[in-house]
Ligand binder design. Structure first.
Ligand code: NAP
Length: 257
């Protein structure tokens, strides 16, 4: 029996940052579940190689854009619009971090983090509104999923000023989008992950392992099935009435603080 509540076959999705880490986990899950999936990254060769690898299990195409640039969202949206009249699911996942301290952080680093993590997501929504509206119905809304972070829900024990501010603002932006776009049958939610293996987070490092053991009640990092389960829920009929939520996906880290 096909479980219709969680069936997302035939939808069209765009996952920014689908070349690595959490975005790649999401893209792989969507392709496997019959979603026509577009992934985006900066490096053309890497994007094409990753998309070709995923396409073996279904339909996946790669698009190239630098979302730190002011025109990046517009360029990416134009490529998508050339190929698809409808977009059922936009996953704003691309993210960046810079490690500068309160004494050393540069304006350029601040701008890069804010532009990729916050500005790009808003303008991608704006540029893709025609395709999202075309896919949306009262019964089956179009979905926006913003990948936030537990870094936007608490203050860590290290300097992460632009990262934390960008993610807290992304959670807030998610609520604003939910309020404004509900009338268009477009819902917006954020997922706030704890540590997942990626280029940004080395879950094999001693420091991350120690932090996971100390602070996460479940005592482990996130795994691909954890992000897959929540994205499929939010993208399917099962999650159609969830709107404006920021959902921690962190093994209880935030709850236990
Ligand atoms: N992993 C974690 O522990 C964790 C925890 C909380 C939140 N998050 C969030 O999860 C999301 C994914 O991060 P990740 O951990 O999976 O990191 P990752 O492995 O470094 O992947 C980041 C992705 O974002 C893309 N990206 C970065 N800068 C970009 C730019 N200027 N233009 C376009 N694409 C860009 C990268 O693509 P290319 O480099 O190929 O261009 C890559 O696909 C981020 O929003 C991050 O803040 C991660």
């Amino acid at each position: 029996m096909t479980d219709e509540l969680f069936d997302i076959r035939g939808k069209v999705a765009l996952v920014t940052g689908g070349t690595s880490g959490i975005g790649l986990m999401i893209a792989r899950a969507l392709v496997r579940r019959g979603v026509s999936t577009y992934i985006a990254g900066r490096d053309g060769a890497q994007v094409q190689e990753t998309a070709a690898g995923l396409a073996g299990g279904g339909h996946c195409s790669g698009l190239v854009a630098d979302l730190a640039e002011a025109e990046g969202p517009q360029r990416l949206a134009a490529q998508l619009a050339q190929r698809e009249p409808q977009l059922h699911l936009l996953v704003n996942n691309a993210g960046a971090n810079e490690t500068g301290t309160i004494d050393s952080l540069s304006v350029a680093d601040w701008d890069k983090v804010l532009n990729v993590n916050l500005r790009a997501g808003f303008f991608l929504v704006q540029q893709l509104l025609p395709q999202l509206r075309a896919a949306a119905t009262a019964q089956d809304p179009a979905r926006i999923i913003n990948i936030g972070s537990i870094g936007g829900l608490h203050i860590p024990n290290w300097d992460a000023f632009p990262y934390g501010a960008s993610k807290a603002a992304l959670h807030h932006l998610t609520r604003a989008l939910a309020k404004r776009l509900g009338r268009d049958h477009i819902v917006a939610n954020a997922i706030a992950p704890g540590p997942f293996p990626s280029r940004l987070t080395d879950t094999d490092s001693a420091a991350v392992k120690k932090s996971v053991q100390t602070y996460i009640p479940l005592g482990r990092s996130g795994e691909p099935a954890d992000i897959e389960g929540l994205v499929v829920f939010l993208a399917s009929r099962a999650g159609a009435y969830v709107n404006g939520a920021t959902i921690p996906l962190d093994g209880g880290y935030i709850a236990a603080l």
